[in-house]
Write a protein that binds this ligand. Sequence first.
Ligand code: FMN
Length: 188
Amino acid sequence: METINTINARRSIRKFQDKIIPNEVIEKILELSTKAPSGKNRQPWRFVILQDTAKDDLVTLMTNVSKNHKEKGLPIGSLEISINSLNEAPLVILVFNAFSNSEKDYNHHRLLTDTQSIGASIQTMILTAQDLGLGSVWICDIFYSHQEICSWLNREDELIAAVAMGYANQSPYPRPRKSWREVTDWLK
Ligand SMILES: Cc1cc2nc3c(=O)[nH]c(=O)nc-3n(C[C@H](O)[C@H](O)[C@H](O)COP(=O)(O)O)c2cc1C
């Protein structure tokens, strides 16, 4: 029942309290994230924790990219909302694929498999955070700045997502969902 309650209670949280997350809580979230299943047990996920100045540097870098896009008249979608969430959050976890940029013969099926495995670890991460009283939002708008972020961190592996996390300062209503009937073909 606890798992079901956690799944039902989770929302994407974009406003956070100015409250420090104890290191033990962060470590527990990371430990449980690595318990996710993964194709061939390859565990392709890699995490980078950003707090304080390092997190502020990410926000500055992404703000510059956003300004640059706007000046050029390029679309930025929800980038500004995402930057605001990253700015608000006391903790950001960047998630990378350890293999996609380096492994020989890395084909489309491997990419699909490893990406699913990483998605499973992110979902485990955000549900664990929810269970431990934290809110979070999964962010793919980091793709606007993936090159800049990888150069800044001097990382060769591929950036997959960011998760902004902290104690929630909002309680959003649930976002609408298609019913399971609408998205399921049940064959007998
Ligand atoms: C793969 C993925 C990428 C997402 N990227 C962003 C993002 O860049 N910015 C953002 O604010 N929310 C992002 N979200 C959160 C979604 O907007 C959110 O999950 C969806 O609207 C449903 O709302 P809920 O999480 O509160 O149920 C992302 C979620 C997923 C799973």
